[in-house]
Design a protein around this ligand. Structure first.
Ligand SMILES: [Zn+2]
Length: 120
């Protein structure tokens, strides 16, 4: 058996791509008393992405002086947040945005058939 020495100029061809360290590997796994999830992490991630896209698609161009959730005016000096989907922007009272989001996520899960709470 002979070992052929590879010249340095050829070595790059044989080099394996470096594997990136997965960032989640550094996260300690907390012991959980909850039962094992019925879906895998990857499925859950994909579902969250679908829900997020669905919710984003609900954003339409809305007059910036009115809240997209409660439709009441956003008075000067009030805290507000803006959600943007491409060119569509809608503003919310600071406290209305989480309520709107929760409502939309629920609607999204129903629309996408991901709502497990109603399955028997
Ligand atoms: Zn509001």
């Amino acid at each position: 058996m002979s070992v052929r020495k590879i010249p340095d100029s050829e070595r790059w061809k044989r080099r394996r791509p470096r594997r990136l360290k997965a960032p989640f590997a550094l996260t300690p796994i907390a012991p959980s008393p909850a039962p094992a999830p019925l879906i895998t992490e990857a499925q859950a991630k994909a579902e969250r992405a679908r829900v997020a896209r669905w919710v984003a698609s609900r954003i339409i161009c809305w007059p910036p002086d009115n809240c997209f959730h409660c439709r009441r005016p956003i008075v000067y000096g009030a805290k507000w947040v803006e959600l943007v989907n491409d060119d569509d922007r809608a503003r919310f009272h600071f406290d209305c945005e989480p309520a709107w989001r929760a409502q939309q996520e629920l609607a999204a899960r129903r629309a996408l058939g991901l709502d497990r709470s109603e399955r028997k």
